[in-house]
Design a protein around this ligand. Sequence first.
Ligand code: UDP
Ligand code: MG
Length: 168
Amino acid sequence: MADEATLVLIKPDAIARGLTGAVLTRLDQLGLRVVGAKALRVSRRLATEHYQALRGRPFFEGLVTHLTGQLHGVDYVLAFVYAGPDAIAKVRQAAGATDPEQADPASLRGAFGRNTAGVMENILHASSDAREAEREIALWFRPDELLSPQQAAKRATTQPAGVPCCRA
Ligand code: UDP
Ligand code: MG
């Protein structure tokens, strides 16, 4: 299994509906490492660049309005980079099919997504292949915002010292 990195965006519909925790809990179960995480405002320019391959599609304007948060009155998204063996396919499978009505009910999109006003409110974005992941991670994160896989693994296995909740 290839060691990969993939971009996840928790979209404004999920943020507006208080589903951030549900998404992260599900992704936690995949056994991957988080090597990047941040909250950020999404400009029209960034949304357009992110979805550049879909320019010209009838739903494109709705897509940009969605990702910028205008549709849901939300002014940020949460962006993550997950890394590990087969990360791209694992996250895509947890996300489910693009259309929430076609998605496996056990997937995030199947469980929580919905179709409204011509836009698929499908909770999260997940890179679909290695080329897309590389492009998208470079678009959303500067190199110095990402942990190296080694750093992330070390943090995941190191016991926090002196943290009150973890003392015996
Ligand atoms: N989308 C939509 N209507 C469609 C197809 C796509 O609203 O008929 C939106 C949906 O939010 C989707 C995004 O456009 O997540 C990007 O489409 P893509 O085909 O790349 O799907 P994804 O990779 O997100 O599953
Ligand atoms: Mg896609």
